[in-house]
Ligand binder design. Structure first.
Ligand SMILES: *[C@@H]1O[C@H](CO)[C@@H](O)[C@H](O)[C@H]1NC(C)=O
Ligand SMILES: *[C@@H]1O[C@H](CO)[C@@H](O)[C@H](O)[C@H]1NC(C)=O
Ligand SMILES: *[C@@H]1O[C@H](CO)[C@@H](O)[C@H](O)[C@H]1NC(C)=O
Length: 375
């Protein structure tokens, strides 16, 4: 009898494995790598991540095809192989668009069936030819009138990805989108049902708060990636995540984003250095990497504050004020993601970390919960 049981057990195990993989991802511990950073892909400590996003492929505004610029061809085409050297299990996704990409081109592309098809078919061909496991769209942001086109694009993209998997026999490409911090982004209502049915998950960009009015000089020192607002009167990651869930998106399709950079401002008055203080301009163009912030703190002996109520760090010295996420903020956010049943977390972007301090804190925090408190 015994020899017969083994094959049965084996095929049962294989079936379980298949069911498991078709049920989606267990956890996402991700970060974007940005080509503009010139950070060597080979230096990525990919063991700290389950998924890495290679940013960015471009949308051609004439023919609506997805392309990779000639200077990025070689790096992008070896990206997957390179990051898998340290971690063969890590998955790589090609991200399209980004904060600097033309919103008008995305809107024009999504508005017509023929241009959507051009985008979709070229993106799938590109992902396969460059050896990526998936595709990510970073359209910042569709306005309210464009949201239904965004939904149509995602629906058609998913069905094309499924058809390609059937004909190629390969596992389907992963499909994700970087989306606004809330389902309702200042009146632009995201197409949650299309998002939910079409995407493997969404990268929720819960950062860059209090940033849009910086050119007026009237801006205040808001926590740039606050997780909470004590009286719920201010923008926060938690309010956005709750809005996504209320709109019908499963927590298992939500990946919480946090920044590896801070907002650097000039205080109007060096003695008024808490949150909501008036400012008189930007320091370093308004953005500093975590690495630069740590150097600034060490070289100037700046004062560091972690505010556990909103979950944000800031530091100040003289009239320089920087709001950012340090290890305690990252730790609290990763715990929040896990406690609330979210799929995982991601960070923008890898080169801004300092010797993997934040990446390691995030990975360790996600991994330690559930190992210690087994259910
Ligand atoms: C956007 O453009 C600015 C200014 O050229 C550049 O510093 C930044 O790296 C770009 N960011 C992205 C995500 O492309
Ligand atoms: C750094 O700041 C702390 C507290 O603000 C102070 O006690 C210390 O003397 C400072 N050290 C230097 C080298 O300025
Ligand atoms: C943290 O920030 C909130 C919001 O501004 C504020 O109400 C609270 O007093 C701060 N907590 C500490 C300990 O500074």
């Amino acid at each position: 009898m015994a020899p017969k049981i083994l094959p049965v057990l084996l095929s049962f195990t294989l079936l379980l494995l298949q069911l498991h993989s078709s049920a989606g991802q267990n956890a996402v511990k991700a970060a974007y790598w940005f080509s503009g950073s010139n950070f060597p892909v080979a230096d990525i400590d990919s063991i700290l991540f389950t998924h890495l996003f290679c940013a960015f492929a471009d949308l051609d505004s004439q023919n609506f095809q997805v392309t990779v610029s000639s200077e990025n061809q070689a790096i992008f085409s070896s990206f997957t192989r390179t990051v898998q050297q340290k971690n063969p299990a890590v998955k790589a996704l090609l991200s399209i668009g980004g904060g600097n990409a033309s919103k008008e081109s995305f809107a024009a592309m999504a508005s017509q069936a023929a241009s959507r098809k051009s985008f979709i078919d070229s993106s799938i061909n590109l992902a396969r030819s460059l050896n990526f496991h998936g595709l990510d769209i970073d359209w910042e942001y569709p306005d309210n009138a464009q949201m239904s086109d965004f939904g149509t694009l995602l629906t058609e993209w998913r069905s094309a990805v499924a058809a390609e998997a059937r004909s190629s026999g390969k596992p389907a490409l992963l499909l994700t989108a970087a989306v606004s911090y809330s389902a309702n982004y200042f009146g632009a209502i995201n197409p949650t049902s299309a998002i939910s049915n079409s995407l493997d998950w969404t990268n929720v960009m819960a950062y860059d708060f209090f940033y849009n009015d910086d050119r007026t000089g009237s801006r205040i020192t808001g926590p740039p990636a606050a997780l909470f607002s004590p009286d719920r009167s201010q923008v926060s990651g938690d309010s956005g995540i709750r809005a996504w869930i209320q709109s019908g998106l499963s927590p298992k399709k939500i990946v919480l984003g946090f920044p590896f950079f801070g907002h650097s401002l000039q205080l109007a008055n060096a003695n008024n250095h808490g949150f909501w203080a008036p400012t008189s301009g930007l320091v370093n163009g308004g953005v500093m990497s975590y690495k630069e912030i740590r150097q600034f703190i060490m070289s100037t002996n700046a004062t560091k504050v972690f505010n556990a109520t909103v979950v944000s760090d800031y530091c100040y010295k003289g009239t320089t004020w920087i709001g950012y996420d340090d290890t305690q903020s990252v730790n609290t956010k990763v715990k929040y993601a896990k406690d609330n049943g979210l799929l995982g977390y991601f960070a923008w972007q890898i080169s801004q970390d300092d010797n993997w301090i934040l990446s390691r804190e995030a990975s360790r925090t996600w991994g330690s919960i559930g190992t210690i408190f087994t259910e």
